[in-house]
Design a protein around this ligand. Structure first.
Ligand code: GLA
Length: 353
């Protein structure tokens, strides 16, 4: 018996570097997704094949490289007490890699969904994001928060996922841009990524240090008045998290009230905060945001962990080509790699086909 499962990549509408501060995020799933086909095997091991490369593993040795995301999921399910069947897995994906669109989470969540189905494992959907996150934190060794795995698992078509990263409560927020004559343009800056993991770790550690100095469990609990308690180098970092959490709440309020265009300025303010306070942008994404705004976008921001990746621009549907063209031109003028654009519509989270 074969089972096939899919899990999508995501963009985050707003709420960046807030998830590991127990804060709020608002991602939606992309139509781009990873497909995993699984079949039981009589061999006492797992195999995973992607693009003509096959990796065999049995958890007696640590797997490294891309297959670690797969072995990590097997490992975490077994740690949680599930009897994961030995299996041959095949992976295909159209989620762009290294573009900050959560190709890793899509892989983890597709593998988890496929193995749970194949083994008839009763893994509650609500627990799946935490399991996939643990695979990445404790097996792969990347200290990510819970946003990407939650988005890939829990998002619904036509909605953004409002997630409280402390309580893990979720709310599906209707996000229909087409009905409003709007579109979300995603531009992959294709900026070369460097030191992303190290920069991410440093930001996370600094946020934890700031929370400890203030005397709260996480920056979710801090206010702007608390900034005076901090060592000066932590002030802008904490200010980003505190203001960003509020921007997520304001964005949700606008969307619930049907004021979709009003989220634009919040997106732009989020970008400024990532650029000036959290310091995770690069010239390519700053130019893309500036250019989108000059070309008429209601708002624009980098999405994802930073140091490259994609920019979101909220634009009128009939302005997509103009804004995309302006960004291409600006990139050429600055000598950057050509960017790659697409219009994103909120898609469905992980499921069995
Ligand atoms: C990466 C991480 C997420 C989150 C974002 C920043 O995508 O995997 O957990 O921290 O960066 O918002």
């Amino acid at each position: 018996m074969n089972v096939t499962a899919v899990a999508p990549g995501r963009v985050n509408l707003i709420g960046e570097h807030t998830d590991y501060c127990d804060g709020f995020v608002l991602p939606f799933a992309l139509p781009h997704r990873t497909t995993v086909t699984a079949a039981k095997t009589a061999e006492s091991r797992w195999s995973v094949t992607s693009r003509d490369e096959t990796v065999l593993f049995d958890l007696s040795n640590k797997v490294v490289g891309w297959a670690a995301y797969v072995a990590g999921v097997v490992w975490v399910l077994r740690e949680a007490g599930f009897d994961v069947p030995f299996a041959d897995l095949t992976v295909e994906s159209d989620v762009p890699m290294g573009a900050g669109l959560s190709s890793s989470a899509a892989l983890e969540c597709a593998v988890l969904t496929a193995l749970a189905e194949l083994g008839g494992l009763d893994v509650p959907v609500a627990q799946r994001p935490s399991l996939a996150q643990r695979a990445e934190n404790d097996y792969v060794g990347m200290p990510c928060g819970i946003m990407d795995q939650s988005a890939s698992t829990l998002c619904r078509a036509g909605h953004a996922l409002f997630l409280d990263c402390r309580t893990l409560e979720t709310e599906q927020i209707p996000f229909d841009l087409t009905g409003e004559g709007l579109a979300m343009l995603v531009m992959d800056s294709r900026a070369p990524h460097a030191h992303v993991d190290g920069e991410y770790r440093m930001r996370r550690a600094a946020c934890e240090e700031a929370a400890a100095s203030i005397g709260v469990a996480a920056l979710r609990d801090a206010t702007l008045a608390d900034l005076s308690l901090l060592d000066p180098h932590l002030v802008p970092l904490a200010r980003h998290v505190i203001t960003e959490n509020q921007r997520v709440l304001d964005t949700v309020a606008h969307l619930k009230a049907g004021r979709v265009r009003d989220i634009g300025p919040l997106m732009t303010a989020s970008h400024a905060s990532m650029r000036d306070d959290f310091k995770i942008t690069v010239p390519e994404v700053d130019v893309a945001v500036e250019t989108a705004l000059q070309a008429g976008a209601y708002g624009a921001r980098m999405t994802g962990g930073g140091f490259g990746g994609c920019v979101l621009a909220l634009v009128d549907r009939d302005a997509v080509t103009t804004v995309e063209g302006a960004i291409h031109k600006a990139f050429a003028a600055n000598g950057f790699n050509p960017p790659a654009g697409f219009v994103a519509t909120p898609a469905e989270g992980a499921h069995v086909l």
